[in-house]
Write a protein that binds this ligand. Structure first.
Ligand SMILES: [Zn+2]
Length: 159
């Protein structure tokens, strides 16, 4: 059986990537019921509960994943950032980006045809290019190089 730690947040909750926020919420509640240990002494939901015996708690390693998945997927901007990481992961494994940049580290280029484009030099000699329109509503964007397979993660101020 596949280790739970390799599951995506969507797989942990048992929804597909196109699920609506409402579907994700329902899946989360279902997952809580399913994975939450029945023993009150073993509650992972309430951090204030007393110490519990991990060995009697089959769900001890699953429940934090459910919580983590919910925390990311319930937040639209976190979910969008996670989605872009996920789509990269499908194209090339393992996922790795060369660098993390803040938006202001990029150079702004004005192109008549395509509008404002933010660029950053890649080691291959070409550039990472990010269209300004793709930033809206995002906290971070993974940007591919125009030539090679490198990517950078760009942190944006969000909107
Ligand atoms: Zn490159």
């Amino acid at each position: 059986m596949e280790r739970t730690r390799t599951l995506t947040h969507y797989q942990v909750l048992g929804v597909n990537q196109a699920a609506t926020p409402e579907q994700i919420k329902q899946a989360y509640h279902a997952a809580v019921l399913k994975h939450h240990p029945d023993k009150a002494a073993c509650s992972m939901l309430t951090p204030t509960c007393g110490p519990h015996d991990q060995s009697t708690c089959d769900n001890a390693d699953v429940f934090p994943l459910v919580q983590r998945a919910w925390e990311v997927l319930r937040d639209a901007s976190q979910r969008a950032a996670y989605d872009s990481l996920l789509s990269l992961k499908e194209m090339q494994t393992p996922l790795a980006y060369q660098d993390e940049l803040d938006l202001e580290e990029l150079d702004l280029e004005d192109h008549e045809a395509v509008g404002r484009v933010l660029t950053y030099p890649c080691r291959c000699g070409d550039k990472y290019a990010l269209h300004e329109v793709d930033i809206a509503g995002r906290n971070s964007v993974v940007v591919p190089c125009r030539t090679c397979s490198n990517h950078v993660l760009v942190r944006t101020p969000g909107t």
